[in-house]
Ligand binder design. Structure first.
Ligand code: ZN
Length: 131
């Protein structure tokens, strides 16, 4: 299949947004029942990760710790003023690969796919390809 994409609108400077539903919908439309699904974020200040969906404190803790380790202001050279967002995006990463079996994403019981905003709010894009 060709890559599909969806847009997402973040509402905070730093925010994790569950995108399981959008990714599963693209998988459903692909008609592919077994293979791999790649989720890719084409931005330099956003990322994608997989982590716990049951307790929202988990993603809040991840955000809090990232903000402690990578403060917004720290004498960075980058003139745009958003180096912290670039650093977080590189640490978390731009893509995830998820196994596909029987037309479903193979995720652990407590796992979800999260779009990670580090310089919001913005309108963002997420690419998905299933093969
Ligand atoms: Zn920048």
């Amino acid at each position: 299949m060709t890559k599909k994409e969806f847009t997402i609108r973040s509402t905070s400077p730093t925010q994790f947004i569950n995108i399981d539903r959008q990714v599963q919908q693209i998988l459903n439309e692909s008609g592919i029942s077994d293979g791999i699904c790649v989720v890719f974020v084409p931005h330099t200040t956003a990322a994608v990760t997989i982590n716990e969906n049951a307790d929202p404190d988990v993603t809040h803790d991840i955000i809090d710790e990232l903000n402690k380790v990578i403060p917004w202001a720290d004498n960075y050279a980058h003139r745009e003023g958003n180096s912290a967002a670039h650093i977080k995006a590189s640490l978390v990463g731009a893509s995830e690969v998820i196994l596909v079996e029987n037309g479903r994403l193979v995720l652990g019981t407590w796992q979800s796919i999260f779009f990670c905003e580090f310089d919001g709010p913005r309108t963002r894009h997420v690419y998905v390809k299933v093969q």
